[in-house]
Design a protein around this ligand. Sequence first.
Ligand code: PLP
Length: 370
Amino acid sequence: MPRPIEAEVDLSALRHNYLLARRHATRGAAGARAWAVVKANAYGHGLLRAAAALGDVADGFALLDIDEAVRLRQAGMSQPILLLEGFFTAADLAACVEHRLSVVIHCLDQLQILRHARLPRRLPIYLKLNSGMNRLGLVARQLPTAREHLAAIARGGGSDGLTLMTHFAEADADGGEACIRWQLERFARMISDWPEAAACPVSLANSAAILRYPATAHDWVRPGIMLYGGSPFASEDAASLGLRPVMTLRSTILAVQEIDAGERVGYGGTFVASRPTRVGIVACGYADGYPRHAPGGTPIVVSGQRTRTLGRVSMDMLACDLSELPAAGAGSPVVLWGEGLAADEVATAAGTISYELFCALAQRVPVHTV
Ligand SMILES: *Cc1c(COP(=O)(O)O)cnc(C)c1O
């Protein structure tokens, strides 16, 4: 018998969430299309699993690694694939051309490389503008040089259409539309004296913007976390947004300890029983990807009922309170997150976000699709 832990990935839920993202986007812009953001191994869900779920519905896939893009092509995906950080060196361009990848261009160095490359085929370009996130993207004073490069690239037959792109830093914040308006204004100002840009397709929205500000949808949206059933908002849960959980991390109670008042549980003895307590030991620890920072009291589901964790998370085990669940014992099923317990709730208890829980799922946990 393998160790009794597994992650279940619900492909129909992934599909449902993708279609929901696109429906929101088309409320804002009738013809909007949606990149399925599958970076970081589809947020820990498995790149090819995500492709299997979305292959016949997704308008395109967006990710970071050229190798991952090639794997999607080899799996038969023929829709556009966008490299969200573009190419890293001139040597990457051959693969971009061969596999018909769309590339984000976020800096002048990339434009220079593209200008001097002799490409056998044109590449679709997503020009990323820095509208205030201050991570990637061109700033206003670089645009004259960028335009000169772009004109030369177009003359040389290197670009197959230009799409303008930026990324919101605070679309998930609870301050209303003002949280994105300042970036929209900067974006508009950056291209105000660039008439050709006004005619370009535009891609702005991440999950938070798709859900809250469908008017930002334009031509292409970029949903990530919502595809996997995570809420981008601290103040709104995934279910109320119509999202279905995709990953359910399941395990089993390995053992039960009946402890007296005053006994402690786990490393450091951080849980002290104030009364006789039935402690369930779960086959799941931080080496499986469960957050070590989840404090005692983090919600957990045993035999379909919610209870709480006790004490510190160990590498391979954690403890939970079975005092109110007399029927539960060794062999009882446990849900760490997913069906019946939103990953966002566990993430919040651990001081993080569901993105990190999903991405941290460890290699050693077997994954089954349903
Ligand atoms: C990761 C990423 C997204 C998706 O963001 P979510 O918050 O997961 O929806 C969109 N755009 C870019 C550029 C990204 O890097």
